[in-house]
Write a protein that binds this ligand. Structure first.
Ligand code: BV8
Ligand code: ZN
Length: 240
């Protein structure tokens, strides 16, 4: 059965995306970087310990990624996800691990940013709201309160914003049929890697669209080992 057939007239679609969704836009995946940036390990830069150790280096890491994202465009995978949202409306929800903002640039609106955004900055101490920021920070920027500003992303070892996980939970638990599709993710990072299990626990039919291996591939009903940019328009029956 196709996803359309599983969805029927009242089924809901939950999509989870990872770095592989943006690969065809030219953004290196975490695996692609081999978990490295220069001679630094990604986890060491994307962590509170890394920021405490060398905030200036961490800001250079994020500033260079901001530059990289600005030079990229959404690809057919982002557009297919925005198109199926258009068709399904509130029967659709996108949870993304990506921080590159390409889903929103492709027109996605019902987006839960599980790990925050590269293009926002917040204070590490006061409750000043996070703000849009695409600047390249050579030096560590300071808040009016005197504390350091940091990228508005969730680092390794940090809790996700509970409201994002509750939104996913609520969508998964609503009555009716559920289809879960994970796209371009190696299933290495938790708690996103566990969504397929909670979806299956609710009777969802599950798809993984991923080039190469994924740690949680065995949990999916269907696995398509192909680029998201070609698989999604076909899977969602939308124009590429
Ligand atoms: C938390 C924002 C509570 C920052 C990111 C031991 C066991 C289990 C869990 C843990 C553990 N030890 C620690 C943990 C928790 C930890 C974790 O999961 N660690 C892993 C490494 C084991 N998780 C956390 O810390 C989370 N918080 O759990 O809080 C807690 C606290 C402390 C201790 C325990 C629990 C917070 C995690 C969020 C980290 N922030 N990003 C930034 O980006 O700078 S993670 C970042 O890396 C991404 O957001 C993403 O989540 C992850 C990369 O994964 P993917 O997106 O899947 O990318 P990847 O490159 O791996 O895979 C891409 C795939 O696409 C590949 O398979 C590739 O082949 C494929 N592909 C390539 N091209 C294409 C394609 N597919 C389709 N089409 C293509 N064209
Ligand atoms: Zn402040």
């Amino acid at each position: 059965m196709t996803i359309q057939e599983h969805l029927g007239s009242d089924g809901r679609l939950l999509v989870l995306t990872g770095a592989g969704t943006s690969a065809e836009s030219g953004i290196p995946t975490y695996r692609g970087m081999g978990g490295l940036w220069g001679q630094h390990r990604f986890e060491d830069l994307a962590s509170p310990e890394g920021f405490a150790r060398d905030a200036r280096l961490v800001w250079r890491f994020y500033s260079e990624r901001r530059e990289g994202v600005r030079a990229c465009e959404p690809n057919a995978a982002h557009r297919a996800i925005a198109a199926i949202e258009e068709r399904l409306g509130d029967r659709f929800l996108l949870a993304t691990q990506n921080v590159d903002g390409l889903h929103q640039r492709a027109g996605s609106r019902r987006v839960i940013e599980l790990h925050g955004s590269l293009l926002r900055t917040r204070c590490e101490r006061c409750d000043r709201p996070a703000f849009e920021d695409e600047a390249f920070h050579d030096a560590v920027p300071r808040c009016d309160c005197g504390a350091r500003l940091r990228p508005d992303v969730v680092w390794f070892g940090e809790m996700l914003d509970p409201s994002t996980l509750q939104a996913v939970e609520r969508f998964q638990s609503a009555p009716g049929r559920l289809v879960f599709v994970a796209v371009g993710t190696s299933g290495a990072v938790w708690p996103a890697a566990g969504f397929v299990r909670s979806a299956k626990a609710r009777g969802a039919v599950t798809w993984l669209v991923n080039v190469g291996a994924a740690d949680n591939a065995r949990a999916f009903d269907h696995v398509l080992d192909e680029p998201a940019g070609t698989a999604l328009p076909r899977l969602f029956e939308v124009r590429p």
